[in-house]
Design a protein around this ligand. Structure first.
Ligand code: GBH
Length: 476
């Protein structure tokens, strides 16, 4: 299942959701407007050298003011659903008191979506902790989990009558290990113990909020994890096998197991022994974390080819921005390396291997049989676009990447995996975290000088696929 045509001809299940995703900090701008205060990303962007190009989030793509136009673009594309996040620092500036003006913005956005017939898919945390809470310890401080529950309740109070789909966290792996251990993301800390505490406290926050929202009547509650296939570089080399096991434990199962099974994996606990994870787990926490969820969001971009041996001299792991010398996100397994394979790569340096997504979805269905619906909540790619003389935007690599991954999703459905939707990352070019505006993931191009939006060829192809998927098909 490789081509656009084949994905178009696939008999997509009734009600399969086609969407696109964004995150508040990456698109909104209006960083200090209507009562919003700093998030850790606003503060991080002021640290010299933290973001390539010295870029910041002040204006981003001005979605705060252009949301109606952006919803219009979604409607043109024919999207069923829009995955966005609410900004904690806008809704509860400083983590202190609720800011009605902040809530009002999301009310306007949700109304606009509903009017356009687009299902709002809301994420409460996409990495933008109020800076003031970071100054009180951030996610390494257990108290932050309780503040998160209060914030979630405020958002639900304002939008619960119109929003059915609630995601607690986006990729807690990044906001714990990459933010607190690698220092590559905000808050830029390089403290492995704090990173593991952050992991546990985000789990706890997930559980507290899943429970509270359920009590308040929310019907669809889930979490989004970024998941990978950790592949041993040489399957016959025990050191590579062991390294891949460690990355699978740290990258995948440390996040899946507490939420879906109510326990941390035993091998993971051994791998991170002495780094304080056990000390932050209190009685009852795992019961709180192990709440029933209605869906699992899967973000997947690339597999990881893992080795237990150092890379040959001169070969750098391509994963971190600008060949950064910051610390390792691989807490307890810092020695692992990621040799490059002979695969095409995106502009991020990430491997392209669409069938990995099919493998991953099958693995989830096998290992976590109680799992309810799976949704691909992010998948997409950064490439250089070509703006043509007629104004159109040619991005054939992105188009192929998206179509081939959608083909892999079709393959997983054929294998019997219960996948119910696909959200492309991202609707718009936007602030790509440590890379600033230097990497474009949008299916819609944004001219950062004028804020003009242009649907790229990948976006046109996606719209065409959505349209075709709704045509009646002969039975499978
Ligand atoms: C997602 O995360 C984010 O949710 C989204 O906001 C972002 O814009 C988008 O993807 C594109 O980056 O080995 O430490 O170098 C990305 C998921 C998981 C991909 C970790 C890179 C390697 C990290 N990332 N992975 S590292």
């Amino acid at each position: 299942m490789k081509s656009n045509l084949e994905a178009q001809e696939f008999p997509w299940p009734q009600g399969f959701l086609w969407g696109s995703a964004t995150a508040a900090a990456q698109i909104e701008g209006a960083a200090r407007q209507d009562g919003k205060e700093d998030s850790i990303w606003d503060a991080f962007a002021r640290v010299p050298g933290a973001i390539s190009g010295g870029h910041n989030l002040e204006t981003a793509v001005d979605h705060y003011h252009r949301y109606a136009q952006d919803v219009g673009i979604m409607k043109t594309l024919g999207l069923d659903s829009y995955r966005f996040s609410t900004s904690w620092a806008r809704v509860v500036p400083g983590g202190r008191t609720v800011n009605q003006k902040g809530l009002d913005f999301y009310g306007r956005l949700v109304d606009e979506l509903l009017e356009a017939g687009i299902l709002p898919w809301l994420t409460l945390y996409h990495w933008d902790l109020p800076q003031e809470l970071e100054e009180r310890g951030g996610w390494a401080n257990r108290e932050t989990a309780h503040r998160f529950a209060d914030y979630a309740e405020a958002v639900h109070g304002a939008l619960g009558d119109r929003v059915a789909h609630w995601t607690t966290f986006n990729e807690p792996l990044c906001s714990s290990l990459i933010g607190y251990a690698a220092g590559e993301h905000a808050p830029g800390r390089t403290e492995p113990r704090a990173a593991l505490a952050a992991v546990h406290h985000q789990h706890l926050a997930h559980g507290l909020v899943a429970k509270r929202l359920r009590e308040l009547g929310a019907r669809e509650i889930g979490i989004t994890l970024n998941l990978t296939n950790a592949v041993p570089n040489d399957p016959n080399d025990p050191a590579d096998e062991e390294a891949a096991r460690r990355i699978d434990a740290l990258w995948n199962r440390m996040f899946l197991d507490p939420v879906l099974r109510g326990s941390y994996p035993a091998d993971l606990l051994r791998d991170v022994e002495g780094l304080g994870l056990g000390e932050v787990i209190q009685d009852g926490d795992l019961e709180t974390i192990h709440q029933p969820i209605d869906f699992l969001g899967v973000n997947h971009y690339h597999d990881d080819n893992v080795s237990g041996h150092p890379l040959p001299a001169g070969e750098a792991a391509p994963l971190l921005p600008t060949g950064s010398t910051k610390s390792s996100p691989f807490v307890g397994s810092e020695y692992v390396s990621f040799p490059s394979r002979n695969l095409p790569r995106t502009a991020m340096g990430w491997e392209v291997n669409p069938q990995g997504l099919r493998v991953l979805l099958n693995r989830l269905a096998n290992d976590y049989p109680d799992l309810q619906a799976l949704y691909i909540t992010e998948n997409g790619a950064a490439y250089e676009d070509r703006v043509e003389a007629d104004g159109s935007v040619a991005d054939p690599e992105r188009r192929d990447y998206i179509m081939e991954h959608i083909g892999a999703v079709a393959g997983a459905i054929e294998d019997g995996v219960d996948v119910r939707g696909y959200f492309v990352w991202s609707l718009l070019d936007n602030f790509e975290w440590a890379w600033g505006y230097g990497k474009r993931f949008g299916i819609v191009r944004v001219d950062y000088d004028t804020q003009v939006r242009t649907i790229k060829d990948s976006g046109l192809a996606y719209a065409e696929l959505i349209r075709a998927s709704r045509e009646p098909k002969t039975a499978r």
